[in-house]
Design a protein around this ligand. Structure first.
Ligand code: G6P
Length: 366
């Protein structure tokens, strides 16, 4: 299969820009867009009676699962057990009888994820996988395969596969919420409607790319960076830090915004940029006050928030406004600025964006 960069400088840039199209494609596969209803394949388990679900993956795929934990628990009242595959495979976790385990992997070949799957098979779990490469080991060993329709992803740092994984998991969470009696027709309509809106909103963010490239120029001189997020966007803070580390080699850590005061706030000074992921929603005000704590200690803030929010109460280096979006799908939209900041920071630093040192696209050894 021959894939080229088209007019883009890197595969990663091309893959970032493909997101409106591939997310639309993926959502259309799991939902009836006209009716605004989810339409997922039969998972061979009764979602209504599940005690809990196990999620497992590595790297970016693990963070997609972490977002889904918030979705399954809030919208479907379905408890979620989640771990990175390298830990899960050796933990001897007790699993519920007739449980469901979902494995998330772009390549479908990650050795630890496959080993976690085999453990769940031994424990007689139903196995579903969310994979981008449909002819892969993980797909082959699953009872049900839920493909992401992202198309080939070449850049080592995952972008479009991540947002497509989130799109599939969002549809699954809605389906689970319906089956368990926590999502009625009106709410389903609202949540699927929010998904349907996404490709257009993502295109709007992409049109602001130059603004993110300008901010990235300032970030490119940093030695350390922090990312803060809360709730369903806490995993985005982790993903933001991972993306930046992977391709720019700047040290970065993601934190739950409310946890910062328990240690990491000691790191803040005027040399540490802090990306604050604060979409409008339930925890917005809390995150904004965590941001003020950082600003009061001299941290250089890059605020990512919604268009309609008020002006920040503290000095910020950059105040980035994204289209207003339903809180449910905010992690998918906010993935875009996080990717663009990492990408352009790496470009300014002149690293090998598509083939960062020491990393492999797919880790098939333990
Ligand atoms: C590698 C890649 C990451 C990816 C992880 C999991 O570390 O560099 O980008 O998130 O593997 O890969 P998978 O193919 O299982 O999603």
């Amino acid at each position: 299969l021959l894939v080229d960069k088209g007019n883009y400088r890197h595969f990663m840039a091309k893959e970032i820009h493909e997101q409106p199209e591939v997310i639309a494609h993926t959502i259309a596969h799991y939902a009836d867009l006209a009716e605004r209803r989810v339409d997922i394949p039969n998972l061979a388990v009764d979602l209504a009676s599940l005690e809990r679900v196990t999620l497992c993956g590595c790297g970016t795929a693990f963070y997609a699962g972490l977002v889904a934990k918030y979705w399954f628990e809030q919208y479907a009242r379905l408890p979620v057990e989640i771990d990175v595959a390298s830990e899960f495979r050796y933990r001897e976790a007790p699993l519920p009888e007739n449980g469901l385990a979902i494995f998330i992997s772009q390549s479908g070949e990650t050795a630890d994820t496959l080993a976690g799957l085999r453990y769940c098979r031994e424990q007689r779990q139903h196995i579903a996988s969310i994979v981008n490469v449909q002819h892969s080991s993980i797909a082959r060993e699953s009872d049900v395969v839920l493909p992401t329709l992202a198309g080939p992803e070449i850049g080592v740092a995952s972008t479009k596969a991540f947002t497509c994984q989130l799109a599939v998991l969002a549809c699954l969470a809605i389906a689970a919420g319906k089956a368990r009696g926590h999502i009625d027709d009106a709410l389903e309509h609202e949540l699927v409607g929010a998904l349907v809106e996404l490709p257009r909103l993502i295109s709007r963010v992409l049109r602001e790319e130059q603004g993110f490239a300008d901010i990235a120029h300032q970030l490119s001189h940093a030695q350390d960076m922090l990312y803060l997020g809360r709730g369903v966007n806490y995993p985005l803070a982790l993903e933001g830090a991972l993306k930046l580390k992977e391709i720019s080699y700047i040290h970065a850590e993601g934190f739950a915004a409310g946890e910062l005061k328990h240690g990491a706030i000691a790191l803040i000074d005027e040399n540490v940029p802090v990306v604050v992921i604060a979409p409008p929603g339930r925890t917005h005000e809390k995150t904004m006050s965590n941001m003020q704590e950082v600003a009061a200690r001299g941290g250089k803030i890059v605020l990512l928030t919604g268009e309609s929010g008020g002006a920040p109460d503290c000095e910020v280096m950059a105040d980035c406004r994204l289209p207003d979006v339903h809180e449910f799908v905010s992690p998918i939209l906010y993935a875009l600025p996080v990717q663009l900041l990492a990408y352009h920071t790496a470009v300014w630093r002149g690293t090998d964006v598509d083939q960062p040192r020491n990393l492999a696209k797919s880790v098939t050894v333990e």
